[in-house]
Design a protein around this ligand. Structure first.
Ligand SMILES: [Ca+2]
Length: 290
């Protein structure tokens, strides 16, 4: 008897839920801005990207910003996640971004996009999706300017033996010859190491493709107290690393090393001493054909 009564109660509860569910949907449908042709309500959180198309040069150390935008169409705050899928060889800083979106509000999340130096010109795609929302951002990669006098290191893949916080190796190939700290959580325009009073330190730039190299300009700190003093310039050739220039007793700012042009796929600075400062600093490394 009790068993039968329990079952009846459960059936009533289930029936009540079945009735209640459509009522909830009707009540909330007024919050949605749009419906598609099939009459489906738009998802509660809309998705878009800005800009709607990216134009890039193959400079992996100079990423471009893509902003993922969420639009909360409801009267309830929520968390939204977008998944990011990039066609090869595109690189994105995040495979997913999540953000809090207040009610009836837009929120954004930044994603860095770059391509390797040897990426052929063409159109590539970034796909974004968040639940039922999808958007695609075309990424057009152009060839670098065909200027024989151009700086071959600009924006190219750069690594170092150690990294002093935000003084990232990419700061040494960003085209900015001044030492600038850009502030909290933003990489500086220069590189410095993280091993005080220990040498050698090394910074290496891999060129987009092997090229004739005959001159390397190194901009260290403009103030002698923080400047590099002694270093070797080395080039990666078919026969391995070769020292093509040696600099000793430099005091501040730029030093230009010219040498017999050699075909190299990478250039490395092997740092041996500063003018007294505990850390090695390179504000800009420039590599030229001659
Ligand atoms: Ca720089």
């Amino acid at each position: 008897m009790f068993h039968h009564a329990d079952t009846t109660t459960m059936r009533r509860v289930a029936a009540a839920l079945l009735v209640a569910a459509p009522l909830v949907a009707v009540a909330s449908s007024g919050q949605f801005a749009t419906a598609d042709a099939a009459g489906r309500k738009a998802p509660p959180v809309g998705l878009s990207a800005s800009p709607q198309r990216l134009d890039l040069l193959p400079r992996p150390c100079m990423p471009t910003l893509l902003t993922v935008e969420f639009h909360n169409r409801t009267t309830e705050p929520t968390y939204a996640t977008a998944f990011i899928r990039a066609s090869a060889p595109l690189r994105v800083s995040d495979k997913a971004v999540t953000t809090y979106v207040p009610a009836d509000y837009d929120a954004t999340a930044p994603v860095q996009v770059s391509v390797p130096g040897d990426t052929p010109p063409g159109e590539y795609l970034i796909h974004l999706n968040a639940e039922r929302e999808r958007t695609t951002v075309p990424v057009v990669v152009s060839a670098p300017p065909d200027d024989p006098g151009r700086n071959l290191a600009l924006g190219q893949e750069t690594t170092a033996s150690s990294v002093g916080g935000l003084l990232d190796p990419c700061g040494a190939v960003d085209g900015n010859r001044t030492y600038t700290l850009l502030g909290y959580n933003r990489p500086a325009t220069a590189w410095a190491d993280a091993t005080p009073n220990e040498f050698p330190d090394r910074l290496q730039t891999t060129l987009a493709a092997p090229a004739k190299v005959g001159r390397v300009d190194l901009h260290t700190h403009a103030d002698k107290r923080f400047a590099l003093r002694d270093w070797d310039v080395q080039a990666l050739t078919g026969a391995g690393w070769q020292t093509v220039a040696q600099v000793r007793g430099h005091t501040a700012g730029r030093y230009s090393s010219s040498f017999t042009p050699i075909t190299a796929s990478a250039v490395r600075i092997n740092m041996l001493a500063t003018n007294g400062y505990a850390f090695s600093t390179i504000v800009e490394l420039e590599v030229y054909g001659q």
